[in-house]
Design a protein. Structure first.
Ligand code: NAG
Ligand code: NAG
Ligand code: NAG
Ligand code: NAG
Length: 515
């Protein structure tokens, strides 16, 4: 998504931002494990890896892309396992059952190949050299063998993850905490509470108990018969670094072992390349619209009918439009610039950029809020609908649905977002809230990372709730006992009263008879 030059500049910024913490006691060896992750997941790790490396720690990253860093203290290792044919997410967007069941095919196959890759095998054999592991939570159960008898931190890149939170002993209440796919206006209606609770229970069971993890487990057990079960290993997690913040989400009841470090990758804008700068300022007071669908769903996979709707809509606008599009397009209007690489944060930071048309992935949403650019969300799948609903509910932008899309709707939505000042005002307010923190999130993440190493896994952070079964946690046994006690007391009391009554009445009867 970004060039090496941008990352180098980011590095320079990071050095300026960091530096409040006392120097570390020792240099540590840290391994970041994210073999199954998109570029956006990796983007969450990048600022943290760099900040740790700048403090002298040796960071090893096992992912599937390299060349991100030019840092003497960072080693990047790729596994090179081929990607299973990526489905066109535009086709899957209303079929979330299929879009999730893909993982039940991809992940077990991945697990059977992963440790056969020589580089991975070697790294696994060297695992005892490392002081800490950091795992991208979500799709990476395959790396759990690395975590055996070692301290580790989970990074929840997609924001709220109720499954991960429950492992730490903090079960989010589904009557007000949204799931990872959708959000609803608050307070939730009865139907939304019912749906949300059912969704969270069924999805967790599908992933962890019934389908995905059991199949990965089968592959892992075949290779490591002596290891405890994967979910048993996961329970030993020391800390979760969450890609959330209450200012850009909802306030959550969190444990000391859940630290909000949302938007670590957000940074002030840098000067734009000359050509982009003059295109943007050249738009004059009409301003510029920035259109980027992110890295997971390339714009080039967008069905032609949608693509043409956007192009025709842009033709009618007085604004200039910058579109990140990976292919060639013919007959585009003069006010449309098409290019396949763009420094997103530097563009969003520009005053003349008025609207950001986005799939509303979590990182893009965070960047838009950080740089206070109102959004027009066109969500496709995963957490994008949830993020979009948050944006609309907080009046920082609007949503368009693909199946209802028309040229007029695009033009009207953009015109409305630019002409109605509420969107800009709300997002400026949110941006201020998001930036108003005692320490930058990356520094917080560095502190807690070193803390877990310093305290050998920091068992003092562990909630006793994590040891309870769900029957115990939900007090089902206690409630059952309570009912039993009440029934017991009721019957005993009734018995005693009967005996007493019987005594009184029978003595009265005797008295009567005597008289
Ligand atoms: C890399 O780590 C060493 C110590 O291990 C440290 O002295 C050095 O400053 C670090 N390099 C950078 C570029 O931060
Ligand atoms: C990993 O990288 C290789 C080389 O770039 C690529 O061919 C492969 O599809 C990638 N695999 C995944 C799972 O992303
Ligand atoms: C659990 O974690 C601690 C440190 O975090 C480690 O010493 C211990 O061996 C781990 N146990 C298992 C079964 O991995
Ligand atoms: C699901 O699996 C976990 C971990 O193995 C287990 O503790 C839990 O009881 C299971 N839940 C149900 C409802 O079977």
């Amino acid at each position: 998504m970004m060039s090496a030059a941008t990352y180098a500049m980011m590095a320079a910024v990071m050095v300026l931002v960091a530096g409040e913490l006392a120097p570390p006691e020792k240099q540590y060896k840290i391994m970041m494990l994210l073999p199954v992750s998109s570029q956006s997941h990796k983007n969450v790790f990048i600022p943290l890896a760099r900040a740790l490396a700048d403090r002298g720690h040796q960071v090893t990253i096992l992912a599937n892309s390299s060349g991100t860093f030019e840092h003497p203290n960072i080693t990047e290792i790729t596994h090179g396992i081929p990607q299973v044919e990526q489905a066109n997410m535009f086709e899957y967007r209303n079929d979330w059952i299929s879009s999730w069941s893909i993982f039940a095919e991809i992940l077990p196959t991945f697990a059977s190949n992963f440790y056969k890759v020589p580089k991975v095998k070697k790294l696994y054999e060297r695992r005892k050299e490392f002081d800490l592991f950091m795992v991208d939570h979500g799709f990476n159960e395959v790396v759990y063998p690395f975590l055996h008898e070692a301290p580790f931190i989970m990074v929840t890149t997609p924001g709220i993850d109720y499954r991960q939170s429950a492992v730490l002993g903090n079960v989010f209440n589904p009557v007000y905490v949204n799931n990872h796919m959708s959000d609803f206006p608050r307070p939730f209606s009865l139907w939304h509470r019912f749906y949300n609770a059912l969704y969270q229970i069924l999805f967790a069971l599908y992933w962890r108990n019934w389908t995905v993890v059991p199949q990965i487990q089968k592959e892992i057990s075949a290779q490591f018969p002596e290891l405890p079960p994967l979910l048993e290993l996961e329970r030993n997690m020391s800390l979760a670094l969450m890609n959330t913040h209450f200012s850009i989400g909802i306030p959550l009841p969190l444990l000391p072992s859940q630290v909000e470090v949302g938007a670590m990758h957000c940074r002030p804008g840098n000067p734009l390349p000359q050509e982009l700068e003059s295109w943007i300022t050249g738009a004059g007071s009409a301003g510029v619209i920035y259109f980027n669908m992110g890295t997971v769903v390339p714009a080039i996979t967008m069905p032609v009918q949608y693509r043409d709707l956007f192009i025709e809509a842009f033709r009618r606008l007085p604004q200039r439009v910058i579109w990140k599009y990976e292919g060639e397009l013919e007959d585009v209007p003069d006010n449309l610039m098409i290019t396949n690489w763009l420094p997103q944060q530097d563009i969003l930071a520009h005053d003349n950029v008025k609207v950001f048309i986005t799939h509303c992935g979590l990182l893009s949403m965070q960047e838009a809020i950080y740089h206070a650019t109102p959004l027009l969300a066109v969500p496709i799948f995963a957490d994008q609908p949830r993020n979009s609903m948050f944006i609309r509910n907080s009046e920082m932008g609007e949503i368009l649905l693909w199946e209802e899309l028309t040229e007029d709707m695009i033009v009207d939505a953009i015109t409305n977002i630019i002409s109605n000042p509420k969107y800009k005002e709300n997002i400026v307010k949110k941006s201020k809230l998001m930036r108003d923190q005692p320490v930058p999130p990356t520094e917080l993440a560095v502190f807690w990372t070193e803390y877990v190493i310093r305290h050998k896994g920091a068992p003092q952070l562990r909630s006793p709730a994590a040891q309870l079964s769900w029957v115990e946690f939900l007090m089902l046994d206690v409630i059952f006992l309570l009912h039993l006690t009440v029934f017991f007391l009721y019957f005993i009391t009734r018995r005693i009263l009967r005996v007493i009554y019987a005594k009184i009445f029978s003595s009265k009867d005797i008295k009567k008879k005597k008289e």
